[in-house]
Ligand binder design. Structure first.
Ligand SMILES: CC(=O)N[C@H]1[C@@H](OP(=O)(O)OP(=O)(O)OC[C@H]2O[C@@H](n3ccc(=O)[nH]c3=O)[C@H](O)[C@@H]2O)O[C@H](CO)[C@@H](O)[C@@H]1O[C@H](C)C(=O)N[C@@H](C)C(=O)N[C@H](CCC(=O)O)C(=O)O
Ligand SMILES: Nc1ncnc2c1ncn2[C@@H]1O[C@H](COP(=O)(O)OP(=O)(O)OP(=O)(O)O)[C@@H](O)[C@H]1O
Ligand SMILES: N[C@H](CCC[C@H](N)C(=O)O)C(=O)O
Length: 488
């Protein structure tokens, strides 16, 4: 593509250079690329302009705060620098020029909410693939065509990666891409030009207040997803207070509600739910028909997640009966309520890392637990510190045995995070404290008795543990698999 065509919607560029890829990271530049230099939270991308040229960049498009510099071009010995006013907010639109996505060929579904984004997006992909279609996901566990995910740095990738990836999916014949949309992604304009067809709001509870400051700003960031003018379907979980409120607002008057509780305004609802140790059976009612839903996923919140996935696909025009027939084949997302069994003890690897998720996961497991419920958890360093006491309270309230350990301490001292957590306990003397996560898990497994459930919360699918800024190899699912084998 010509650089002048890339920039044409904004201003005239006089050069005639062709370029290959757009990239925001100088470390990823290869010959013939255009480097997009923007300031960030840690460093300023404009400090890497020379490095980008030396790696083969053909030109640089650089952010400027000064509107009068918009479109100004400077020729340096290494190549042209083109200034673009307030570039971060336009990055997605710029990326769309290079990596267009045709919404008539591929549907993009945006899923937001504090908890359940990975689960819902993966359920959507599984349902489509099981119906014989081609689906992709983008999110915390990775980006890719279903079955071939590649690890991703963020839940919602940067603006350029997002559109590049969607463009590639479209070229590969993907019919639907279910994308997790994080509040950071929304606040940082990472998805502004994505041509979403449907958007779904799952729930809002405390998380990320280190970044958003308060719940009002956090909710406002998520709300942006529903303000895309071209959206065809807006789905709201009416069991969540914030989503329910949005559903009743004039701005979202055409939104569609779903609920796992009796609700007059939910278009999609389930009733007569029966929980058993291999899943849940319930009746589904919606404008497309009625039927029995046989879900193999544990926990009430997963009934809601399954309903969310079905609702979005039914809104998108997928057929009712064939879709319902795929539900028994669904699988839990990696590291979410994943069960391992050993001598009558159930070990559950789960990704709960917010107070609400921890509470929901423990409540769900207590329905299945015959003896004592254990909760082994920690809290992430360099993240919302207010979550720590709330997670402690949830663990103490819903588990009989609490083991406090490390999650990803990142740059914080493991023991100081644990001290914050402990202040949220009413009876701290009853909790077992062990900074080393593997030792903590071994302790819990050695003490648990037949009939107990041991929930290991927070690490889920992750394959590393970040301590003092260093990512150490750590795979809790593999660890438990090995321990259970060793203990068997
Ligand atoms: C605080 C934050 O959100 N940071 C995100 C932000 O980084 P930034 O723009 O501040 O980056 P920076 O490191 O200051 O660098 C500035 C610029 O210089 C460039 N650079 C930098 C170094 C270099 O050698 N060369 C170079 O060109 C960078 O590519 C960047 O363009 O934009 C980047 C690209 O989109 C993100 O990868 C990065 O996420 C960091 C890694 C992060 O940890 N973010 C978390 C808080 C986050 O976003 N989490 C949500 C999930 C939340 C949830 O729902 O659970 C997510 O979507 O992942
Ligand atoms: N609908 C839900 N409501 C409340 N808790 C949920 C829900 N779905 C999943 N959870 C809990 O939250 C944890 C994380 O789930 P999931 O990975 O699907 O969410 P997420 O929104 O993608 O999280 P993140 O983006 O932070 O990785 C699960 O392990 C489970 O404990
Ligand atoms: N997307 C979330 C994941 C948290 C996972 C948990 N293991 C932790 O490190 O706190 C975040 O970046 O806050």
């Amino acid at each position: 593509m010509l650089i002048k065509d890339l920039l044409a919607p904004w201003f005239h560029y006089s050069g005639d250079e062709k370029f290959n890829e757009l990239t925001v990271d100088s470390r990823q530049i290869t010959a013939g690329d255009v480097f997009v230099a923007i300031p960030g939270h840690q460093v300023d991308g404009r400090d890497f302009i020379q490095r980008a040229f030396s790696q083969g960049a053909i030109a640089v498009i650089a952010h400027t705060d000064k509107p009068e510099e918009h479109g100004v071009q400077t020729m340096t010995p290494a190549g042209p620098i083109i200034y673009f006013s307030h570039l971060s907010g336009q990055l997605s639109a710029l990326a769309f020029q290079r990596y267009p996505v045709d919404k008539t060929k591929m549907k993009v579904i945006g899923v937001t909410g504090t908890n359940g984004k990975t689960t819902v997006t993966q359920l959507i992909a599984q349902l489509v693939v099981n119906l014989g279609g081609k689906a992709a996901v983008m999110g915390t566990v990775g980006n890719g065509v279903w079955g071939q995910l590649k690890e991703s740095e963020n839940t919602t990738s940067d603006a350029i990666t997002t559109l590049k990836q969607l463009h590639e999916f479209q070229l590969q014949g993907v019919e639907i891409c279910a994308m997790e949309v994080s509040s950071h992604g929304l606040a940082q304009h990472r998805i502004d030009a994505v041509p979403f067809s449907s958007a779904l709001m799952n729930n809002l509870s405390r998380d990320h207040l280190d970044y958003h400051g308060d719940m009002i700003n956090y909710a406002a960031a998520k709300r942006r997803l529903f303000q895309f003018p071209e959206l065809e379907h807006r789905l709201m979980n009416l069991d969540d207070k914030v989503a329910l409120k949005w559903h009743t607002e004039h701005e979202f008057s055409k939104s569609v509600g779903f609920s796992i509780h009796p609700s007059v305004s939910a278009s999609y609802q389930v009733s007569d739910a029966e929980y058993h140790n291999t899943g849940v059976t319930a009746k589904l009612m919606c404008p497309h028909g009625q039927g029995t839903l046989n879900s193999p996923l544990l926990a009430e919140f997963n009934l809601s997640n399954v309903l969310a996935a079905l609702a979005v696909l039914l809104e998108e025009g997928y057929p009712f009966e064939p879709l319902l027939a795929q539900v028994p084949k669904l699988e839990a997302a990696k590291g979410r309520m994943e069960c391992f069994y050993h001598q009558g003890i159930t070990v559950v690897v789960d990704y709960a890392h917010t107070p609400d998720a921890l509470e929901q996961a423990l409540k769900a497991l207590s329905n299945h637990c015959q003896e004592q419920l254990w909760c082994v958890f920690g809290c992430g360093g360099d993240r919302d510190k207010g979550k720590r006491v709330q997670m402690a309270a949830a663990a103490e309230q819903h588990a009989q045995r609490v083991v406090i350990t490390s999650d990803n301490p990142r740059t914080e001292k493991p023991m100081s995070i644990i001290e914050d957590i402990v202040t949220g306990l009413r009876q701290p003397q009853l909790a077992h404290i062990e900074t080393d996560r593997q030792t903590a898990i071994k302790y819990a497994l050695s003490q648990a008795q037949a009939g107990d459930i041991v929930m290991l919360a927070g690490k889920g699918h992750e394959t590393y543990q970040e301590i003092q800024g260093i990512k150490h190899s750590y795979d809790e699912r593999a660890l438990v698999g090995a321990l259970v084998g060793a203990l068997a």
